[in-house]
Design a protein around this ligand. Structure first.
Ligand code: C2E
Ligand code: MG
Ligand code: MG
Ligand code: MG
Length: 291
């Protein structure tokens, strides 16, 4: 019976495993060409000041328009790009695209909002990273204050000591730094002592069950208290409901991102929202009743 089972298991899994490996192989080959073929683009998700509902920042999120598979989300190709050693080139593309976008928005005289971008551990930990940031800033002639790098807590832990120097150098350049997916890294909080951290982004997993989960309420309140006493600003991610918004506002969280306000949008949509228009207060996504 064991043999039969083994055989069945063998028969059942092998074709699937092959299919999966083949898929990855094919997608990997496509990924190598995607930069050359100009198949990437960015969408921008607003970050809203909870107290006023105003858009104070956007986060650039990468999308891959695959010629056969259509629009692919980062979860479908970033891990692959990381394992194939392609992520640094992709992150470099994102940085150039973000700088060009900021320059364009400056030329349109739109309000000077922050633009956040994500950097993988391999990007952030590479010795040439700071130099490439300098170069992008120089050639686009944008203010470093407009940029903020998001690095995940787990990437910081993986990089160890190199992180501190890189953060220092970024800070010295005037570029902002946010800890992304805060709370998910199984970490000590020791790294929060490092200078140069401007924002903590509270991970969506702690926001989803607010305000009903007493555990998540306690955790989020503790996170906000730590950030406040360290002088670090806070952003909650993945806000989808008015109840989550209300709780976070009352608890003293500064900014929020999530489908409740807006998904990631094309640059032209962001332009429309930020354009001064006296008849609609267009950059205000939700009107928050005064307390
Ligand atoms: P992240 O930086 O934590 O970005 C937030 C993700 O949550 C985005 O997914 C966003 O669309 C999604 N999200 C925002 N609000 C809500 C909400 O209310 N509900 C739900 N369910 N989801 C929400 P996305 O665009 O698929 O990005 C996934 C991850 O891919 C990002 O997580 C980021 O770590 C990574 N990523 C995106 N762009 C880049 C890039 O240019 N370079 C690198 N290295 N990583 C990137
Ligand atoms: Mg992010
Ligand atoms: Mg995040
Ligand atoms: Mg996240």
């Amino acid at each position: 019976a064991a043999k039969t089972q083994e055989r069945n298991t063998f028969r059942f899994y092998t074709p699937l495993m092959h299919a999966d490996a083949r898929m990855r192989l094919m997608l990997g080959a496509d990924l190598r060409q995607a930069l050359m073929r100009d198949e990437f683009h960015l969408v921008f998700q607003p970050s809203v000041e909870l107290r006023t509902g105003r858009i104070v920042a956007v986060e650039a999120l990468l999308r891959w328009r695959h010629p056969e598979r259509g629009e692919l989300m980062p979860d479908e190709f970033i891990p692959l790009a990381e394992s194939l050693g392609l992520i640094r080139r992709i992150d470099a593309w994102t940085m150039r695209a973000v700088c060009a976008q900021v320059r364009h928005w400056d030329q349109l005289k739109l309000p000077s909002i922050r633009v956040a971008l994500n950097a993988s551990a391999a990007t952030f930990g590479h010795p040439g990273f700071i130099e490439s940031v300098k170069q992008s800033l120089q050639s686009s002639q944008i203010s470093p204050k407009r940029l903020m790098f998001e690095i995940t807590e787990s990437a910081i832990l993986r990089l160890g000591e190199a992180t501190e120097q890189t953060m220092h150098a970024l800070h010295a350049l005037g570029v902002g730094i946010a800890i992304d997916d805060f709370g998910t890294g199984y970490s000590s909080l020791a790294y929060l002592k490092m200078s140069g951290i401007d924002y903590l982004k509270i991970d969506r997993s702690f926001v989803t069950d607010l305000p009903d989960s007493t555990n998540d309420v306690a955790i989020v309140e503790a996170m906000l208290a730590i950030a406040r006493s360290l002088g670090i600003c806070t952003i909650a991610e993945g806000i989808e409901t008015a109840a989550q918004h209300d709780f976070l506002l009352r608890a003293g969280c500064v900014e929020g991102q999530g489908y409740y306000y807006s998904r990631g949008l094309p640059a032209t949509e962001i332009e429309r929202m930020l354009s001064p228009n006296p008849r609609h207060e267009s950059s205000r996504l939700r009107l928050v009743p005064p307390k």
